[in-house]
Design a protein around this ligand. Structure first.
Ligand code: CUA
Length: 343
């Protein structure tokens, strides 16, 4: 008796440990991102949805038929005293042919629209609005080649218009996934992949890097913000403006000094400094305040979160290339005052 009890206890302990470690995933306090691929918000995601449901129902019917037949057989032909062996169907040609042809027809009728869909979802239309997506450990960078705009963390796009995301990676494999707008697609170092994105209506759509890419993979969030045509045009023109000079003697001016001394190896704030795009660099901060999240989308913007991030980045994002610079609270406060001028 004792060994079974010990086994049960062991199992309980393993389950408890598992529950605790899974629960710890939420301890870090990142915004919850409900990633729901059953709630399409644009034509490309809808196309996936339109394929998913018929496949789901066919699979359900097959499941019920197969499991039903199994349960019925188990019950009808169960062993009972004095019972003869039921009739065997092994080697029955008719049955063999039938249960080969039917699944083959089902699979073919699923494969054809699937393969067609995969090509359609990744080959952009001629009039699509081009945006480049570059993966970094651990944040997404977005470049708008027509407008010469560079931003990160949030993909701002026009609603009701196809966007052609041309994607690559600076370091390792990443995978861009905004389930409300399309399926997943890899970002491959040294190669370009394309993904069509479109939102029917303005809104914010949450996503996530979907390929394990190192320590902070789970914190590599994606977010698409679809704006009306007018809002998008004014977003573009504000992104093209350089940052304003902070007033002399202000806390923001002190923050600019800290920025120039400590942050310019990786970050750009136009017009104060420029880090060449193709060198290793962190996000362009010229319009820092136009984004709702910081730290590659790991934290919602708030003074408290920004303080936490600046005080010790690798504590927020394990493995972060932004090091703990040992900033004093005074330096952090003035940096924040400066960053908050970057509209
Ligand atoms: Cu990038 Cu996971």
């Amino acid at each position: 008796m004792l060994p079974t009890r010990r086994k049960k206890l062991g199992r309980l302990l393993v389950l408890t440990a598992l529950a605790i470690s899974l629960a710890s995933c939420s301890i870090i306090g990142i915004p919850d991102s409900p990633l729901n691929s059953l709630d399409p918000q644009g034509p490309f995601a809808e196309r996936i949805d339109n394929l998913f449901w018929p496949v789901f129902w066919v699979a359900t019917v097959v499941f019920v038929l197969v499991e039903g037949a199994m349960v019925v057989s188990l019950f009808l032909f169960r062993d009972r005293p004095g019972r003869k062996e039921p009739r065997q169907i092994h080697g029955n040609n008719k049955l063999e042919i039938m249960w080969t042809i039917i699944p083959a027809v089902i699979l073919a009728s699923i494969a054809i629209p699937t393969v067609r869909g995969i090509t359609d979802l990744t080959e952009c239309g001629a009039d699509a609005y081009p945006i480049q997506v570059i993966g970094h450990q651990w944040w997404f960078e977005y470049r708008y080649p027509q407008e010469e705009v560079v931003t990160g963390t949030e993909l701002v796009m026009p609603a009701g218009r196809e966007v052609c995301a041309t994607m690559t990676s600076e370091d390792v494999l990443h995978n861009f996934w905004i389930p409300a707008l399309n399926g997943k697609r890899y970002l491959v170092p040294g190669q370009e992949t394309q993904l069509r994105l479109e939102a029917f209506e303005p809104g914010t759509f949450i996503g996530q890097c979907a390929e394990f890419c190192g320590l902070s993979h789970s914190l590599m969030r994606a977010r698409a913000v679809a704006l009306t045509e007018d809002e998008f045009a004014s977003w573009v023109s504000s992104q093209q403006e350089p940052a304003a000079q902070p007033a002399e003697g202000s806390e923001a001016a002190a923050g600019l000094e800290v920025f120039l001394n400590r942050c310019t190896q990786c970050h750009t704030v136009d017009p104060f400094n420029v880090v060449a795009l193709d060198e290793f660099s962190g996000p362009d901060l010229t319009h820092f305040m136009s984004r709702d999240t910081i730290a590659g989308g790991a934290l919602e913007y708030s003074r408290e979160n920004l303080t936490r991030w600046l005080a010790n980045p690798p504590e927020v994002k394990p493995g972060s290339y932004m090091p703990d610079l040992g900033l004093t609270q005074e330096e952090i406060d003035s940096l924040i005052a400066f960053l908050e001028t970057l509209e």
